[in-house]
Design a protein around this ligand. Structure first.
Ligand code: G
Ligand code: G
Ligand code: NA
Length: 252
């Protein structure tokens, strides 16, 4: 209850901000997209990562409000960057399954009102989405696509989804969970799993983003396996919007 009260106060007081991590196109080296990640600038505890508040925000229902504000902010940001860069740029933003289902807070209508250029936004949803009743999810993904947005399946390989569900839903990107990337250079079989996920995704017409890439050795293995995009500390940590713009200008 204390956390819920804190979170509501924080949302109203604009204590939440978005940091952005570049997503690098491994074929061209270009930074043409970034992932928006929520941070809580707590008055006493400093800058907090989602791990420290998302679960509490979700269970207390406050995440619908916080996530909605974050979504609007990311949509405004992508427009500003496209104007500053004079070229297409894409921002991906995380949505909880509850947010995707519930548009009571109006994030979808807000984005519609902006009339963003196609492919300005990617919605990152968890693999658990695939176990939801198909009708509702179809309808929602259809509306996102009709607006020109794309959809990425986050943390792929860690959930409980049946592979059969993958081809039933209209998804554009598959994001390989960083736990597989972390094991790439060991003997764990993670290299085989990454290669198989990339092959599967490509067969289904999806592009692949590897998450949590920390070393040049991991990067080289992913490139050799045909991975399309990567993000991680090897390129940059999540950082405030100004830093992302500088990276997007210079490429990598
Ligand atoms: O930044 P960090 O790696 O700690 O983020 C971890 C997770 O927090 C993300 O994978 C995502 O599930 C969640 N998250 C981050 N930003 C947002 C956001 O803006 N909205 C929602 N709903 N979840 C977010
Ligand atoms: O679940 P999601 O993919 O949104 O998680 C992103 C989280 O991972 C963020 O909290 C971000 O700060 C963190 N992150 C980003 N790049 C790296 C990385 O290269 N290594 C590790 N360990 N974490 C990363
Ligand atoms: Na994500």
């Amino acid at each position: 209850a204390r956390l819920a009260t804190d979170l509501r106060r924080a949302a109203a007081g604009h204590e939440f901000e978005l940091h952005y991590q570049p997503i690098v196109n491994l074929k061209t080296g270009e930074v043409a997209r970034a992932e928006a990640l929520l941070r809580w600038r707590h008055p006493e505890r400093g800058l907090l990562n989602p791990a420290e508040f998302i679960a509490g925000a979700e269970s207390s229902g406050v995440l619908l409000d916080i996530g909605d504000r974050a979504f609007r902010q990311a949509a405004d940001q992508v427009l500003a960057w496209q104007r500053a860069l004079g070229r297409p740029f894409q921002v991906s933003i995380n949505l909880s399954s509850a947010q995707l289902r519930d548009d009571a807070h109006g994030w979808l209508s807000y984005v519609e009102s902006l009339q963003l250029p196609p492919k300005s936004l990617v919605v990152d949803v968890s693999e658990d989405l695939l176990s939801e009743p198909a009708g509702q999810v179809f309808e929602r993904l259809g509306r996102l696509h009709a607006m020109g947005m794309q959809v990425a399946l986050d943390d792929f390989g860690t959930g409980h989804s049946a592979l059969a569900q993958l081809q039933r839903f209209d998804i554009d990107f598959l994001k390989i969970d960083r736990s597989f990337v972390a094991g790439l250079t060991g003997n764990s079989g993670d290299l085989a799993l990454c290669e198989a996920m990339i092959l599967l995704a490509h067969k289904l017409g999806l592009e692949v983003v590897a998450e949590g890439v920390e070393t040049q050795a991991q990067l080289a293995l992913l490139k050799a396996a045909g991975c399309d995009h990567a993000q991680g500390y090897v390129f940059a940590r999540p950082a405030p919007a100004e830093e992302l713009l500088a990276l997007a200008r210079q490429g990598t």
